[in-house]
Design a protein around this ligand. Structure first.
Ligand code: PLP
Length: 384
């Protein structure tokens, strides 16, 4: 590979041992002649529930469906309000819209960029559920959110699509609220070879409703007992792939966190907002820095052959699809959307690649700060 080839934001690296495990898994499915909701799905559901430390797991077609069916299963109906953040990629908003419910957007904490409990409190009296996203792979302030919501009898749905395996005080993502929702899109910390998702819960009645909703609202074949059901089944092939990959998840999470540690050391003293490493509660799905010169920094990195992305550039309440809906301002969310920048951070990223990204970010941040200082005449303290 050429030394100066572009470093991608994400690259699918596949270890030889894992290739062998995936071959075995897919052959097993072929041999079984069963392709939808069979033994592989049932086994994955048991194994992933055990991994998350909850009683039940229900496999579904993708992470957005997981959110929608979870909200339906905790009782959200058309016209109900659901509290959520506006800086997490519109997935929860899409799920809320699919039900005909209405998002009540809540601003985020300046430091963590996840839901601010103080901003949630005023809307709790008027919402039917809360969706909290563990943004970038860091557990949100979920215990406080569950306590505040619980005081109003409001269930909390965790969006764990960035946070497979993140844990705090012995509890994993998905085990804090009423329901946890996962996506296994290929780039996630645990990814299928296509679309897949799951819902985890300790509540067997909620699990039973999701099992029914993922298959047309059936109780038995052709007997529809729940409204709002449809087809959101998980394939045997994807379940077998996920079973083969699950034993690798913690190793991969550790590899991501090790890259985050290298970046933190390299970026010390720069005028950049840099994520904390945490203590198991950050699985480094995305390594996101903050800069007042985000777009210039991004251009600098592109010129240096470093792939980046912005998660996410436009807050949900300012999306064109919601232009006709009145909304209040979300100052922290809106400011962050203009400053966040995601750097490459994936298992299998090579040492020299981590070094090149680190160097390019350092050089870019220093050059931009110098240029800014020159423009303003006197040296000036950066905001971050
Ligand atoms: C990927 C993602 C989802 C949705 O998952 P899909 O499987 O793509 O539907 C939901 N929430 C967040 C935060 C995500 O990043």
């Amino acid at each position: 590979m050429a030394v100066n080839s572009t470093i991608p934001l994400f690259r699918f690296e596949i270890e030889p041992d894992l290739v062998a495990a995936l071959r075995t898994a897919t052959e097993r499915v072929l041999d079984s002649r069963r392709f939808v909701l069979g033994d592989e799905v049932a086994a994955f559901e048991r194994e992933f529930a055990a991994f998350c430390g909850v009683a039940e797991c229900v496999g579904v077609a993708n992470g957005t469906d997981a959110l929608e069916l979870a909200l339906r299963a905790v009782g959200v109906e058309p016209g109900d309000r659901v509290a959520t953040v506006a800086n997490a990629g519109y997935y929860a908003s899409a799920a809320i819209a699919a039900i005909g419910a209405v998002p009540a957007y809540v601003d985020v904490d300046e430091r963590t960029l996840s839901m601010a409990v103080a901003a949630l409190d005023p809307v709790l009296a008027s919402v039917r559920a809360v969706v909290v996203t563990h943004l970038y792979g860091r557990l949100a302030d979920v215990e406080a959110i569950v306590a505040a919501a619980g005081a109003h009898g409001v269930p909390v749905v965790e969006d764990c699509a960035h946070a497979h395996g993140a844990h705090r005080k012995g509890r994993r993502a998905g085990a804090f609220g009423a329901v946890g929702c996962f996506s296994f899109y290929p780039t996630k910390n645990l990814g299928a070879l296509g679309d897949a998702g799951a819902v985890v819960t300790g509540d067997s009645a909620v699990a039973a409703r999701i099992r029914s909703l993922r298959q047309y609202g059936w109780r038995e074949k052709y007997e529809v007992v729940l409204a709002g059901g449809r087809n959101s089944r998980l394939d045997e092939l994807q379940a077998a792939v996920l079973r083969a990959k699950l034993p690798w998840l913690e190793r991969w999470n550790a590899a991501r966190v090790a890259i985050a540690r290298r970046y933190r050391e390299a970026f010390a003293g720069l005028p950049l907002g840099v994520p904390d490493l945490g203590d198991g509660d950050y699985v480094a799905h995305l390594f996101v820095v903050r800069s007042r010169h985000r777009d210039a920094l991004r251009a600098h990195l592109a010129a240096a052959g470093v792939g980046t992305d912005v998660h996410y550039p436009r807050p949900d309440h300012l999306q064109p699809a919601l232009a006709h809906v009145a909304h209040s301002r979300l100052p922290v969310t809106e400011a962050a959307c203009g400053e966040v920048l995601t750097l490459p951070c994936f298992p299998g990223m090579r040492d020299d690649e981590i070094g090149r990204v680190s160097e390019a970010v350092r050089a870019g941040a220093v050059a931009l700060a110098t240029r800014q200082g020159a423009r303003e005449g006197a040296p000036r303290r950066m905001r971050q």
